[in-house]
Design a protein around this ligand. Structure first.
Ligand code: WQD
Length: 340
């Protein structure tokens, strides 16, 4: 049974991916410093899978501490999720974002070299496409100017990994560009659990639906889109998780040192449509007002899914209704998130 090291495996996308890997016959070792996740996730993963995963409370920037994970386990491949991801916070704390996101990746790569681990999947983001109006984004779309340090860390890490792959042809590296991951596991036991007031649309809507927050502000309804609100490619986190298993399988057979895939549905949903879908899922209206545009937002973003379909055999199965219903189930089962 090949062992996958999942850094940030306690987080939102990481924890769903751990389940998918387990369901597909992989053994999993998790390294996470709990900076944006709770230890309770491990209990939830055990409830869902019946298995207690090996867990290391370690900061991936600390190469010596992370080395222990490689010494104690025969790692076959790595999925690197660990990183800071709040756009607004990255504008306030750029140095933390650059040192943490880049430092942890370099530390992981050094250990890959040291221990002869040859397969790596990296969490990148559609944010690297910048403000282009040429949608859908294909993997060949030009990289744009990012609007915040978080986005730049993804952009820079893609380049660092291209250089690393070029210098070490025995390594196989897969960059996955996520669109907007939402939803939760169907059990309602794990889901997105942001600390404090959420910044992203779905966690915010679910708090308004639950009555924890009063009102959602739609950031602008004067965009050049059919209903005036921004369009995004929301992808169910369980679909996204399955995409990682496909990526690991692909690395087993590809000859190329580096490959790159969008993970989205290929389908755009406006903010107003997302609210409507959520209202259907929770059974009541969501209080909302129209506010000004949020700086840095682009009007339309959705993926071309052709390459992932053709080469990975990946196609998202869930639509916006399942994204909303699972998000709502998670919210109602865990109104205050998970305990620390
Ligand atoms: C979606 C839409 C908002 C909140 C961000 C990162 C990206 C990726 C995913 C993550 C936009 C609108 C939102 C609200 C609103 N990274 N909105 N009212 O900005 O597409 O992508 O998250 O880790 O890199 O940039 O996602 O969920 O913030 O916004 O109207 O209170 O909802 O304007 O159109 P975004 P989002």
């Amino acid at each position: 049974m090949p062992t996958v090291l999942v850094t940030g495996g306690n987080g939102y996308i990481g924890s769903h991916t751990v389940i998918s890997l387990f369901e597909n016959g992989y053994d999993v070792v998790i390294a996470d410093n709990l900076s944006n996740s709770k230890m309770e996730v491990q209990n939830r993963l055990e409830k869902i899978t019946g298995k207690r995963f090996k867990f290391y409370n370690v900061d991936c920037c600390d190469t010596d501490a992370l080395r222990k994970v490689f010494e104690e386990n025969k790692i076959d491949s790595i999925i690197h999720f660990a990183g800071l991801k709040a756009v607004g916070e990255s504008v306030r704390m750029p140095l933390e974002y650059y040192s943490n996101n880049i430092g942890s990746m370099i530390s992981v790569c050094k250990l890959m070299t040291e221990f002869g681990v040859n397969k790596l999947v990296f969490s990148s983001s559609a944010t690297v496409y910048g403000e282009s109006e040429d949608v859908p984004f294909t993997e060949e779309s030009p990289l744009g100017m990012c609007t915040n340090p978080y986005g730049w860390t993804k952009w820079m890490l893609e380049q660092i990994l291209r250089d690393y792959a070029k210098a070490t042809p025995e390594k196989k590296i897969c960059l996955l560009r996520y669109f907007n991951p939402v939803g939760a596991h169907e059990s309602g036991l794990i889901g997105e659990d942001p600390r404090g007031i959420p910044n992203n649309l779905f966690p915010y809507i679910s708090k308004v639906a639950a009555g924890t927050l009063d009102c959602l502000t739609i950031f602008g309804d004067d965009y050049n889109t059919p209903d005036g609100t921004c369009i995004r490619d929301y992808i169910h986190v369980v679909d996204l998780a399955k995409g990682h298993v496909k990526a690991i399988e692909f690395l087993d057979k590809t000859e190329d040192p580096i490959c790159l895939f969008n993970l989205g549905t290929g389908h755009g949903t406006s903010v107003k449509e997302a609210i409507k879908a959520f209202e259907k899922a929770c059974g009541h209206e969501i209080n909302h007002v129209i506010g000004p545009r949020r700086p840095g937002d682009i009007a339309v973003s959705f993926a071309s899914t052709e390459k992932a379909e053709k080469l990975l055999g990946f196609k998202a199965e869930y639509g916006i209704d399942e994204m909303c219903s699972t998000c709502w189930k998670w919210q109602t089962m865990n109104p205050d998130g998970l305990k620390d």
